[in-house]
Design a protein around this ligand. Structure first.
Ligand code: SF4
Length: 409
């Protein structure tokens, strides 16, 4: 492999591993220390849970670990045998398979598997699967499962929706206080929301450095670096980490350091990562001197609307304006802006078989955007976790042909 085609590690990554390790260790030992555990969907009301003193576990993060370590493909059939279809979310099926078999990537860190929940809290802003997933465990352990039902395909985020979601969020306080055994302290909630907002601002600034030409980071780096933004928002640790990472990225930008040596083309990744193939995809793009500069996925943990002075309404606004629960018109406007901001040459859509909610190539969006923006597109068929649904050879060939097409454009 030529020198230019080597992935450049971040010095900050060591600190990230320490921060994430501390988080997982605290989670594992919470029960012994009398700290209650809440499971939360990745774009659920984590701030509320933190303010009530819960340790917060995000099962989608565990799902992604099962995908990245390629344990998922062997575990999914166990959930299928218990009645969960192979066509539904493969985070759900791999996580349930992991539970049934008692195997988890956390064991490699000498930790037990995911902690047992005292309460499970969902938001259907992303899909229905999260509720079904959490209800499985609620039945297993006989613990409460509560949540927020956010409308989908939202165009204008109007007063009606805002009020409804804010009220649903506020209605969670009482049942959660009951499990927590303490009252919600409004000042603590403000503090947590403030920290969460600081984390968001920094994480967005990290991702925005990729607007520089050449880009100092890739989508593949982003999928690793996003860990604290997902599981530690609302905590100082995440804020401290992104300050360090951002400083390193600014140095890269100032020094003209490219994440992809000899960057020729810039691509936008729409849809879920293919967790078990991040390394080989990252290497292929490096060899093609093509940088995947931005993605919908990594930007899904940017919640700029959070406002400590207006906790419930601002949480409702932040968690109902995410890409995944918006109408196609809004999604297209968003992608259009991203293409311009990051000087994108082409768009890659990942059609993830088991995640229709995060696959946007099925209703003509690529064609509409191509017509509007004049940018070529490629649809890759695959999955987030179930590698039986992914053809490496075919994808490699298609990506090569796509980059060739960009060279001729
Ligand atoms: S959005 Fe997709 S990947 Fe995420 S939980 Fe829902 S179905 Fe699974």
């Amino acid at each position: 492999m030529p020198e230019t085609a080597k992935r450049k590690e971040f010095q900050a990554t060591g600190k990230m591993k320490a921060v994430m390790g501390k988080y997982f260790t605290e989670l594992a030992h919470g029960a012994e220390e009398g700290v209650k555990t809440a499971w939360c969907t990745s774009v659920g009301p984590a701030e509320l849970l933190r303010a009530l003193g819960f340790n917060v576990h995000f099962p989608e993060n565990h799902g992604a670990m099962l995908g990245a370590t390629r344990m998922a493909t062997d575990l999914i059939p166990l959930a299928n045998a218990r009645g969960f279809s192979p066509d539904i979310c493969s985070y759900l099926t791999s996580d349930v398979g992991s539970y049934l078999k008692g195997e988890s990537p956390l064991h490699k860190m000498k930790l037990p598997g995911p902690p047992r929940a005292d309460v499970l809290v969902f938001n259907t802003n992303q899909c229905r699967d999260v509720k079904d997933w959490f209800q499985f465990y609620a039945r297993e352990w006989d613990v409460p499962c509560v949540g927020i039902h956010t409308p989908r395909a939202i165009g204008d985020l109007d007063e009606c929706i805002l009020q409804d979601v804010a009220r649903q969020t506020e209605a969670l306080v009482e049942p959660l206080e009951e499990v927590a055994g303490e009252k919600l302290d409004p000042d603590r909630l403000k503090e947590v929301i403030d920290l969460s907002r600081q984390c968001t601002v920094l994480w967005k600034a990290v991702l925005d450095t990729a607007a520089s030409v050449p880009s100092p980071l890739t989508f593949f780096d982003g999928t690793i670096q996003m860990g604290p933004a997902v599981v530690l928002r609302g905590r100082e640790d995440a804020v401290d980490y992104y300050e360090v990472l951002l400083a390193e990225l600014k140095e890269r930008v100032a020094g003209g350091v490219a994440a992809v040596g000899g960057e020729r083309f810039r691509i936008y990744w729409e849809g879920m990562p293919i967790w078990g193939k991040l390394k080989s995809l990252s290497t292929q793009f490096l060899e093609l001197a093509t940088c995947v500069v931005a993605s919908t996925y990594c930007n899904s943990w940017v919640f700029e609307d959070l406002d400590p002075d207006d906790p419930f309404r601002s949480m409702a606004r932040a968690y109902s304006s995410i890409f995944i629960c918006r109408s196609d018109d809004r999604k297209e406007q968003y992608i259009e802006q991203m293409v311009e901001k990051f000087s994108v040459d082409g768009i890659l859509y990942h059609d993830a078989k088991t995640c229709p909610s995060n696959s946007n190539s099925r209703y003509q969006m690529p064609q509409r955007l191509q017509e509007k923006l004049g940018k070529p597109f490629l649809v890759v068929n695959g999955d987030l976790n179930d590698l039986r649904l992914y053809s490496e050879e075919q994808t490699r060939t298609n990506i090569e042909a796509f980059v060739e097409q960009l060279a001729q454009a």
